[in-house]
Design a protein around this ligand. Structure first.
Ligand SMILES: NC(=O)c1ccc[n+]([C@@H]2O[C@H](COP(=O)([O-])OP(=O)(O)OC[C@H]3O[C@@H](n4cnc5c(N)ncnc54)[C@H](OP(=O)(O)O)[C@@H]3O)[C@@H](O)[C@H]2O)c1
Length: 242
C-alpha cells in the first residue's frame, strides 16, 4: 500500500536549493503540503535553523508540528554539507570539521527520525522517512571527505535499523544514494577534482539532475510499496554498481 494519507504533510530539510528544492517542488506537484527548511532564509512554509546547533532538530520538529496543525506524515532527511577536511589541517581543525559534518549530515537526521518515529507511534499512525544519503556510503569518498562518507554510511545504517524495527507499526524507511548530482554542491566538487574529467568514470556520461533524484524521493514518499521498506536506491549513472 502506498502512502495512506491522501494529502500528506511532509517535512523536508534543506529545501533552499539543489535536490531539496526539487523534492519540495515534486511533492507539492503531487498535492502534498511541504514544510521546508534551510539554515537561514525563511518564509511562511520554510523553517530557518542551522543544523550545527544541537537544539535545531527539536526546534524544527516543533515548528513543523505547529505549522502543520499537529500531524506530519513524511520526513525527508535531505539537508547536507559537503566540505573538504584535508589531513594536514591542525588536529583540532580536522576534528572540528569532522564533528560539524557528522552533526549536520547524520546526527540531525537521526534526531528528526527519532522525533518522527515517536510522533507516529504515540498517535498509532503510519509514516514514512526518506533519507538522502550518497554513493559515498558504499564506495567511500576522497581523502578530504572521510567525514562525509562516514556520515552517509551512518545514515544508511540508521535507515536500515528504522526499517527493520518499525515496519510492523506502519513506519517505512527508504534511502537514496545519489552519485554526482548537478547542484551547487556537485559543481564545487567537480571543480575541485578537475572538472569534466571526472565524467569519464560515469558510464552514463553525465551527472544526475536534481529532478531525477527528486523523482526517486517522491516515489519513495508517496508511491513505493511497503514491501520496499529498508531499500537503498542507487542513482549514479552506473558509476558504482553494487
Ligand atoms: N549533489 C551531489 O552530488 C550529491 C551527491 C550525493 C548525495 N547528495 C546529498 O543530497 C543532499 C542534498 O544535496 P545538494 O547537492 O542538493 O546540496 P546543496 O545544493 O548544497 O543544498 C544543501 C541544502 O542543505 C542545507 N544545509 C546545508 N548545511 C546546513 C546547515 N548547517 N543547517 C541547515 N541546513 C543546511 C542547505 O541550506 P542553506 O541554503 O541554508 O545552506 C541547502 O538547503 C545532501 O544530503 C547531499 O549530501 C548530493
Amino acid at each position: 500500500m502506498p502512502c495512506p494519507t491522501a494529502q500528506p504533510t511532509a517535512l523536508v530539510t534543506g529545501t533552499s536549493r539543489g535536490i531539496g528544492a526539487a523534492i519540495a517542488a515534486g511533492l507539492r506537484a503531487r498535492g502534498a503540503r511541504v514544510i521546508g527548511h534551510a539554515s537561514r532564509a525563511a518564509d511562511d512554509e520554510t523553517i530557518a535553523a542551522d543544523l550545527i546547533d544541537p537544539t535545531a532538530a527539536a526546534r524544527i520538529w516543533q515548528q513543523a508540528l505547529d505549522r502543520s496543525g499537529g500531524a506530519i506524515d513524511l520526513l525527508i532527511n535531505n539537508a547536507g554539507l559537503f566540505s573538504a577536511n584535508p589531513l594536514d589541517l591542525s588536529d583540532i581543525a580536522w576534528l572540528d570539521n569532522w564533528e560539524d559534518t557528522l552533526r549536520i549530515n547524520l546526527t540531525s537526521a537521526a534526531e528528526l527520525s527519532r522525533l518522527a518515529v515517536r510522533h507516529w507511534m504515540d498517535r498509532g499512525v503510519s509514516g514514512r522517512i526518506v533519507h538522502v544519503a550518497s554513493r559515498a556510503a558504499y564506495r567511500g569518498d576522497s581523502p578530504d571527505h572521510w567525514h562525509y562518507a562516514a556520515a552517509k554510511g551512518g545514515m544508511i545504517a540508521l535507515h536500515k535499523t528504522i526499517a527493520r524495527h518499525y515496519a510492523a507499526r506502519g513506519i517505512m524507511s527508504y534511502a537514496i544514494c545519489p552519485g554526482f548530482t548537478d547542484t551547487a554542491m556537485a559543481g564545487d566538487y567537480l571543480e575541485s577534482r578537475g572538472g569534466a574529467g571526472l565524467l569519464a568514470d560515469i558510464p552514463l556520461g553525465r551527472v544526475a539532475t536534481p529532478d531525477e533524484i527528486a523523482a526517486i524521493a517522491v516515489f519513495c514518499a508517496l508511491d513505493a510499496p511497503e514491501s520496499m521498506t529498508g531499500a537503498v536506491i542507487d542513482a549514479n549513472g552506473a558509476s558504482y554498481v553494487r
